[in-house]
Design a protein around this ligand. Structure first.
Ligand code: AMP
Length: 475
């Protein structure tokens, strides 16, 4: 499949070509013709699927054919949950629209509002915005919605998680009734379904990978480790495996700051992004990381949402997320648009319930490892799927009677299970404790080095997953 067969104009195709994309990703194949036709879209798209170009390319083409934008008006509104995602979407709009006579802008909070008001004065064709700042601008008469032709809710699930529902409702109520609506979400909670039913008009439903599934190209591993030794293990893995560019997630802002200090102490250059950092600090940190000036970017979930870093080979979960869907968002930062990636989770015994929730969500038991020299004092209990063992045949009455006489034996037998597990770990450098682990090791030989991966996105596009598309009636 080529981009030219999707109905895109010459000027857009030229921009796509200059971006180095040779083939559309599955979500682009599905989305582009539908958006070009003017229909509403409800898309279940994981992060890294190429969804931004999926909606930007056809919207730009439709805008190029329409009327001129009036002062302070906008013609397409893209709402995103975070500033980082807003900036990235705006960059894509500018890149794909560079040969078209269209104006675009991005607005988000945490920076001065005046330059954004100036930018809007002559009107823009595409405005990418976070909801809070957009409402501030509206209240100050800096932006008018009467000319809006299309609304995009990007990463809608995260917008609801972040409490933007009231802002979103308010914004929707201000838009002209006749418009095109596109909703993209990685996961589909009941709240998202309700929002989509209210917002979308007879949408075409597009799904490129099974709901809540993790990208197949990402190798996922759990390292069992005591909480107190996590930062030492991370430094050790960084140095022994020579990881050069790692995005590390922590649950708290304090945890992020503390970890950054520890890594710096071990000689590993690190920057931090979290909610308490000013916008210019965040932008500087991200730029340093993208420019390979530092090896580690430590981030909390909210701050990391929407980060798109090309060829990011490793993501580390320093703590497991409290909300299991965040695991999918986190690891989706690697293995983007067709390249391979590795997601490593450092898990201590107290996190077993979070691990169970994640494994249930993704429908697989994660491969486990214990790094030599980091054997945990407190083992992470085996999780549901790993616990399933063949049933023992039922004992006969005679055997049961004998068993009663030998109570100490029975106790030994019970703990024998545990000691068997421990001795396995002690006896080898690394122990895989699950069947998934074994298959994972077999797949190691297929791993590709970062060098080999260069340009793999352009060459291969996305994983060739089957896609489905069904019209969905408004309820
Ligand atoms: P997104 O899911 O929109 O955040 O895109 C993820 C990454 O895929 C971005 O770095 C894009 O530059 C890249 N990308 C988008 N479309 C393509 C394509 N057709 N081929 C290769 N890479 C792409």
């Amino acid at each position: 499949m080529s981009f030219s067969s999707l109905g895109l104009s010459e000027l857009i195709l030229r921009a796509v070509d200059e971006s180095g994309y040779t083939e559309p990703t599955p979500i682009q194949v599905e989305t582009i013709p539908v958006v070009l036709s003017g229909k509403d879209v409800l898309a279940a798209a994981q992060t890294g699927t190429g969804k931004t170009a999926g909606f930007t390319l056809p919207l730009l083409q439709r805008l190029a054919a329409g009327p001129k934008v009036k002062a302070n008006h906008i013609r397409t509104l893209v709402l995103t949950p975070t500033r980082e995602l807003a900036v990235q979407v705006a960059e894509s709009v500018a890149t794909y629209g560079k040969h078209l006579p269209l104006k675009s802008a991005v607005v988000y909070g945490g920076v001065k509002i005046n330059p954004q008001m100036m930018r809007l004065r002559s009107g823009v064709d595409v405005l990418v915005a976070t909801p809070g700042r957009l409402m501030d601008l509206f209240r100050q008469n800096a932006v008018k919605f009467a000319q809006v032709e299309a609304l995009v809710l990007d990463e809608a699930d995260r917008m609801l998680d972040m409490g933007f529902i009231d802002d979103i409702r308010e914004i929707i109520a201000l838009l002209p009734k006749k418009r095109q609506n596109l909703l993209f979400s990685a996961t589909f909670s009941n709240d998202i379904r309700k929002l989509s039913e209210r917002l979308l008009n007879n949408p075409v439903q597009i799904e490129v990978s099974p709901r809540n599934s993790t990208a197949e190209r990402i190798k996922q591993t759990v390292y069992e480790v005591d909480k107190s030794r996590k930062s030492a293990l991370l430094s050790h893995l960084m140095l022994s495996k020579n990881w050069q560019l790692v995005l590390v997630f922590t649950r708290t802002k304090d945890g992020a700051d503390h970890l950054a200090q520890e890594l710096e102490r071990d000689g590993i250059s690190t920057v931090v992004i979290h909610g308490d950092k000013k916008q210019n600090q965040r932008s500087r940190a991200l730029k340093c990381f993208k420019d390979y000036k530092v090896r580690v970017l430590v981030a909390t979930d909210v701050a990391a949402r929407g980060l798109d870093i090309d060829e990011l080979p490793h993501v580390v979960n320093f703590d497991l997320p409290k909300v299991s869907e965040d695991y999918i968002h986190r690891i989706g930062r690697t293995g983007r648009a067709g390249s391979e990636g590795e997601a490593v989770s450092l898990v201590s015994a107290d996190e077993v319930n979070l691990l169970v929730a994640i494994e249930t969500l993704i429908g697989q038991t994660l491969a486990r490892e214990v790094e030599s020299g980091f054997n945990p004092k407190h083992r992470v209990p085996l999780t549901h799927q790993a616990k399933v063992r063949p049933k023992k045949p039922k004992k006969t009455k005679q055997q049961q009677e004998r068993g009663k006489d030998r109570k100490p034996e029975k106790d030994k037998d019970r703990s024998g299970n545990k000691s068997h597990r421990r001795s396995k770990t002690k006896g080898t450098d690394k122990t895989k404790t699950t069947a998934a682990g074994k298959s994972r090791r077999r797949n190691d030989s297929e791993a590709v080095s970062p060098k080999q991966r260069t340009n793999s996105k352009a060459k291969h596009g996305m994983a060739q997953k089957s896609t489905s598309r069904k019209p969905r009636g408004k309820k």
